[in-house]
Design a protein around this ligand. Structure first.
Ligand code: KIV
Length: 269
């Protein structure tokens, strides 16, 4: 008898309905088959293959070196692990900046080669024309405003946004909504500003370091599960400390190999 796996694929319509029903949206990043499969089975609504993989998977200092091919490679692995979650591919720095033509080509390539549901781009009103073109091509686009890690150099570091000039953030969010974005990530944004933006949009906001009033939340896999030893920002809640568990297990393994306690007869042929 074959095992029945229930498929309840989340679509862009489900995401829209969640906003109108006031149902909060859960999102985490994932970068490989196994992690995606665990999150999908746990019932996550959306999985983002973020360019944060540059830091937590590749060990780069920031997200800027990540390439289109790297994103595609990780998306393909995630796709094989996730049946239900809505899947979003982060467009890396430099893949949508030169011209709208280049951006549309690159986004089409990502969707074709990964089977993902959507792409994510950083930027506000300055991306509106591009978002309009992409939606006209049939590509779901998630915006990303507030703290934009791909702008780390010009922002002068990772700084919380909205302490001043919050009208611009609201105008950016509105421009993305009008251009057809289905959702917007608000990163590192003052809670009250994120609340105003969320209340003024028909599309859902997904917060990271933007307080409790957003329509959903996203965090980086390695931060949430305590796999990454580097700096942990204030907005991260660690739900497990997997690196501690792995480190303890690795020490036991090393000791047992050195003392010939492993493998035992039951592990041998
Ligand atoms: O790259 C990423 O993981 C992201 C999110 C954390 C929003 O852009």
């Amino acid at each position: 008898m074959s095992k029945h796996i229930e498929i309840k694929k989340i679509t862009v319509n489900s995401i829209r309905k969640m906003k109108s029903a006031g149902e909060r949206i859960s999102c985490l990043t994932a970068y490989d088959f196994t992690s995606a499969s665990i999150l999908d089975k746990a019932g996550i609504d959306m999985i983002l293959v973020g360019d944060s993989l540059g830091m937590v998977v590749n060990g780069y200092e920031n997200t800027l070196p990540v390439t289109l091919d790297e994103i595609i490679y990780h998306c393909r692995s995630v796709k094989r692990g996730a049946q239900n979650a809505f899947l979003i591919a982060d467009m890396p720095f430099g893949t949508y900046h030169v011209s709208d033509e280049q951006a549309v080509e690159n986004c089409i390539k990502v969707i074709k080669e990964t089977g993902f549901d959507a792409v994510k781009l950083e930027g506000g009103a300055e991306r509106a024309a591009l978002v309009k073109k992409l939606t006209a091509c049939g590509i779901n686009v998630m915006g990303h405003i507030g703290l934009m890690p791909q702008m780390v150099s010009t922002m002068g570091g990772y700084r919380i946004q909205g302490r001043e000039g919050h009208e611009k953030l609201l105008a950016d969010a509105k421009a993305l909504e009008e251009a057809g974005a289905f959702s917007i990530v608000l990163e590192g944004t003052v809670t009250s500003v994120a609340k105003t933006i969320t209340e003024n949009l028909k599309i859902p906001t997904i917060g990271i370091g933007a307080g409790v009033h957003c329509d959903g939340q996203v965090l980086v896999f390695h931060d949430v599960f305590g796999i990454f030893d580097g700096f942990t920002p204030k907005f991260v809640k660690q739900y497990a400390n997997v690196s501690k568990i792995i480190s303890k297990a690795a020490k036991s393994y090393i000791k047992e190999v050195k003392t010939a306690q492993f493998p035992e007869d039951k592990h041998s042929f």
